[in-house]
Ligand binder design. Sequence first.
Ligand SMILES: C=CC1=C(C)c2cc3[nH]c(cc4nc(cc5[nH]c(cc1n2)c(C)c5CCC(=O)O)C(CCC(=O)O)=C4C)c(C)c3C=C
Ligand code: FE2
Ligand code: FE2
Length: 322
Amino acid sequence: MTQARQSAATAVVVVNLGTPEAPTAPAVRRYLAEFLSDRRVVSLPPLLWQPLLRGVILPLRAPKVAPKYASVWLDGGSPLAVYTRQLAAAMQQELPDLQVLDAMRYGEPSLARLLQRLRDEGLQRVLVLPLYPQYSTTTTASVGDVVARADGLALRMVDEYHLDDGWVAAVAQSVRDHRAANGAGEHLLFSFHGLPQRVADAGDPYPRQCEASARAIAAALGLPDDAWTLAYQSRFGRERWLEPATDTTLEALAARGIRTVDVIAPGFAADCLETLEEVSIMLAEQFAERGGTLRYIPCLNDSPAHARALAAVARRALDQWA
Ligand SMILES: C=CC1=C(C)c2cc3[nH]c(cc4nc(cc5[nH]c(cc1n2)c(C)c5CCC(=O)O)C(CCC(=O)O)=C4C)c(C)c3C=C
Ligand SMILES: [Fe+2]
Ligand SMILES: [Fe+2]
């Protein structure tokens, strides 16, 4: 496959979750209403879930979460949107013969509408790259639903890249850079977004892939087993989620007398509410109350190493398609 044949008639669409348009309760409510109505995310019967969602959860959660968004909001908008846009632009530099575009599964810029537009423009091939290194039915498969509904386009999707050599190397290098600048913390905590245990029990490969990613990154760094831990953050609702939880893991590390912990969140391609507010503000405050220092290592965002790694993932998928 030559680069000439992968012409601008081919597009690469990087897709992230979606995020509110503004850090206000009405905007957060609109966002959560769409996101939490996806049966890939919450699988309860709609006749049960929709009244609960609209009558209880959205009215309580939107005003509670809006100020959290406000605390991390950037000039260009929500961090997730800003970094995803910038990452697509950085990947465009790496893939000058292709069109690189960014979209969101929920809200704007809408993936479903972007695919319609690309069909109307007569694009030959569209590669969809969900910005989830680890596959989950709750995230990746939901992007797959939109891809499956789009017709009149030759479409393919990258399912996961959790052990991609370039990606693992980029994450490992970001840890080395952070430690070179700040001194090595005593412990490295890998914090991944959680999932209901029920979803994992039903066969979702996500936790296995998180473990494999963490192990590969730790190996690339030459870390012994007792120098790192994997945990899951961002629990939502009352049922049991994947364990161990990030907050209790930090408590346990503090109890062991560990004073400086570096935290990295390699399940997130771009910094967002869950990394900036939950980890780098709230969990850092809680750890400080126990006498420790939590040093948050940012996501790869629009770094050149990230753009190069994901461009290579896309290029390989297109070559295999040819
Ligand atoms: C049942 C609820 C949820 C599941 C399952 C879930 C899985 C999941 N989520 C991400 C990535 C992100 N989630 C983000 C925010 C977020 N997630 C949930 C709930 C579930 N996530 C909620 C309700 C929210 C919104 C914030 C809140 O109200 O607490 C984000 C950040 C979005 C942003 O705007 O910054 C990301 C990214 C993954 C990878 C995942 C499963 C593996
Ligand atoms: Fe989530
Ligand atoms: Fe959260």
